[in-house]
Design a protein around this ligand. Structure first.
Ligand code: T46
Length: 137
């Protein structure tokens, strides 16, 4: 099964322009507790390089584009986020990296939990231990 789970966000654009609506438990499969956005990323800079113990997120480029890599310890897959109606669902225990941000990229992320630094796994070897050891999940 692919690691790349895309959600087609409902679009209500018309002759006046675009409009995309996102609602908890409807177009996305969780309650949104937090959102944040990443913008103004410097040329050549990559971000991420971590996993989460328990967090679901939807990432969508509302402007511009970036390349996301997801890795579950067995498979590594990539996807371009390049349109505002394409959401990427990122689940628990998935290593993520973000590369090739366009100058105008605004990456919106909707999260199922409040911010908690203790939920991050920022070391790849530690991530692999968690990903392969069911007893620590
Ligand atoms: C993720 C990817 C897609 C907060 O204080 N609150 C927050 O809600 C967030 C997201 C970050 N921070 C602080 C923590 C760090 O001191 O902001 C700083 C930068 O965060 P970080 O280096 O984790 O940023 P990214 O772009 O590497 O990762 C972010 C999210 O943190 C992460 O959960 O999945 O975007």
């Amino acid at each position: 099964m692919s690691l790349i789970k895309l959600v087609n966000l409902p679009s209500f654009g018309d002759e006046r322009g675009g409009l995309i609506a996102i609602e908890s438990d409807q177009s996305i499969p969780f309650q949104i507790k937090r959102l944040y956005y990443i913008f103004g990323t410097q040329s050549g800079v990559s971000r991420g390089f971590h996993a989460h113990h328990s967090l679901k997120q939807i990432a969508v480029c509302v402007k511009g584009s970036c390349r996301m890599i997801l890795d579950d310890g067995q498979n590594r897959e990539q996807v371009w986020l390049d349109t505002p109606n394409k959401g990427l669902l990122i689940g628990d225990l998935v290593w993520r990296e973000m590369h090739d941000f366009s100058d105008d990229c605004v990456l919106l992320v909707l999260a199922s939990e409040h911010y908690d630094e203790a939920d991050y796994i920022r070391d790849y070897d530690e991530f692999i231990r968690f990903a392969y050891d069911d007893t620590t999940k």
